[in-house]
Ligand binder design. Structure first.
Ligand code: HEC
Ligand code: HEC
Ligand code: HEC
Ligand code: HEC
Length: 407
């Protein structure tokens, strides 16, 4: 039951309060929380069959490229662009396998894209061998024991092996960090700093001593809850409530890059300076740590708005108007994009483009139109243009257009 395992491994997102998918691309270049629900997205990724052909860090099918290695590290609509660019290849494989291309509802597409976006920065699973080295080099074993072997200045760490996610270890490190730093100073062990995936590697090692060799990915928590905790736990006293900087603490929106484990490491590394400024260090339960880190992680979600003028050029260059009607440019092969009903938001446009990809590809072959390939930013630009034309053509001045109603 390989797929079953894969399913489990991918079901790592705990819970995200769903947000309105129509937010997608609606805000100006702000950073805010992810618009879809990555948990639903991870479920759809297997239900719609993607996992049958694609793997994430080696878990999953092999007919399509691996999607876990940061290739999706780009804005959401660019991810949609990448999917589109590769869709003829996928369509042909589906045909060979005699299965229908999966269709999406807009909310599903938003969640799928959110999940793919999350994959773009997903930390690789911890590596137990690297963790064993770190445990020695960082002198954890001078003070801690595992399986009865090691020092006695600190508690045994075996119980951490029960936990699947490094965020438990992160919480333990944070909550005991100040006391640990004291003992380190007393017996002259330098305080270790954590880089890259160190905490995940350490946990992977601890887990092997507890008899578990199963590889586990980091599960992000709930960023909406994390946003509240950030204020409740008084982080916002030195960083602003929206994680902007103050005179005391740095701007976390720009400082924290890339990865959940990296953020956990940054918190640890800067611990002493923070603790020095805190009357008492707020203790964080593992779930809280997980939610906080997820919040800080998804602060990086940037959804650049498209540019209408550039979008018009993209529309012409990609020859969409050869088949589709818009005011001023009228093709006849494809539907009228100004009046088609389900194209009210960026995510709806992306969804319908995907849902119709099979027919479009056939028509393009018939009409000898080369498959349009989107470069970075072009999908967002094109969509901005489409939506702006729809808006203006819905205005009463234009008599021939169908009613501007949304349902
Ligand atoms: C039948 C096998 C198959 C299925 C199912 C499938 N894909 Fe693909 N996918 C491929 C192949 C093959 C490619 C490479 C196509 C090409 O480059 O021409 C690809 C490419 C991609 C790419 C571009 C990757 C890159 O290298 O940049 C993305 C993103 C993607 N698929 C996402 C998905 C999603 C999301 C689903 C589920 C809705 C899915 N795929 C379902 C076979 C599949
Ligand atoms: C100089 C000794 C020392 C070193 C080196 C040290 N620790 Fe600790 N550690 C302690 C002490 C003492 C405590 C208990 C602190 C307290 O009382 O809150 C502790 C607590 C912990 C806890 C919380 C344990 C619990 O009961 O929940 C974890 C997790 C931990 N250390 C991990 C590590 C890791 C991983 C390393 C190596 C990177 C490390 N420690 C290095 C002394 C040390
Ligand atoms: C009393 C003030 C204060 C409080 C409260 C505080 N911080 Fe900080 N924080 C700082 C300072 C100062 C730094 C920079 C420390 C340094 O340069 O080593 C920092 C750095 C950080 C960093 C590392 C940023 C980087 O540059 O890599 C993270 C992450 C962080 N804080 C998260 C938090 C979280 C989460 C909370 C709440 C649990 C919190 N902070 C509470 C003052 C504070
Ligand atoms: C060779 C002709 C052709 C070209 C070029 C073409 N399309 Fe299409 N398009 C079609 C056809 C035909 C359909 C209807 C497919 C169906 O019914 O399944 C369609 C459907 C669509 C839909 C769904 C409309 C609805 O009713 O929901 C969207 C959105 C779309 N195309 C966007 C584009 C964009 C953007 C471009 C340029 C990148 C483009 N198309 C290029 C032929 C084309």
């Amino acid at each position: 039951m390989k797929l079953r395992l894969a399913l489990l491994a991918l079901a790592f997102v705990v819970s995200f309060a769903g947000q309105d998918a129509s937010l997608l691309g609606a805000e100006p270049s702000a950073s805010y929380l992810l618009p879809g629900n990555p948990l639903d997205g991870s479920r759809l990724f297997s239900e719609k069959g993607c996992l049958g052909c694609h793997s994430v860090y080696g878990v999953g099918g092999v007919a399509g490229p691996e999607l876990g290695q940061g290739i999706l590290k780009r804005p959401l609509l660019d991810i949609a662009g990448v999917m589109w660019n590769h869709s003829p290849g996928m369509v042909h494989l589906f045909q060979e396998m005699r299965t229908a291309l999966p269709q999406f509802k807009p909310a599903e597409m938003a969640s799928l894209l959110s999940f793919l976006y999350y994959l773009g920065s997903l930390d690789p699973p911890g590596d137990a061998a690297a963790g064993a080295r770190l445990f020695r080099e960082k002198q954890c074993q001078t003070c801690h024991s595992l399986g009865g072997k090691g020092g006695k200045h600190g508690p045994k760490l075996d119980s951490y092996g029960r936990y699947a996610t490094p965020l438990y270890l992160t919480a333990g490190l944070w909550n005991h960090g100040k006391a640990m730093a004291g003992v380190m100073e007393a017996i002259r062990v330098p305080r270790p700093a954590f880089g890259k995936n160190d905490i995940a590697d350490l946990l992977a090692y601890i887990r092997t001593t507890a008899g578990s060799v199963e590889r586990v990915y980091v599960r992000p928590g709930n960023p909406q809850v994390g946003e509240k905790l950030f204020v409740q736990k008084r982080c916002a006293q030195c960083h602003r409530p929206n994680a902007q900087g103050t005179r005391i603490g740095p701007d976390l929106r720009t400082k924290l890059k890339g990865s959940l484990i990296g953020i956990a490491g940054a918190m640890w590394n800067h611990g002493p300076k923070m603790w020095a400024k805190m009357d008492n260090v707020p203790s964080l339960a593992p779930e809280e740590m997980s939610d906080l880190i997820s919040y800080l992680y998804f602060l990086q979600f940037i959804d650049p708005t498209g540019n209408v003028a550039r979008g018009r050029v993209v529309y012409q260059e990609k020859r969409c108007g050869g088949c589709h009607t818009l005011p001023g440019v009228s093709g006849t092969v494809g539907p009228d994009l100004a009046s088609a009903e389900k194209l009210q938001t960026p995510v709806e446009v992306v969804t319908e483009m995907w849902n119709h990809v099979g027919t479009m590809e056939r028509k393009m072959l018939e009409e000898s139109v080369e498959w349009p390939v989107f470069k970075g930013g072009e999908m967002a630009d094109l969509i901005s243009y489409l939506l702006s034309v729809r808006k203006s053509s819905a205005a009463p001045a234009d008599g021939k257009k169908s009613e501007p109603k949304e349902k």
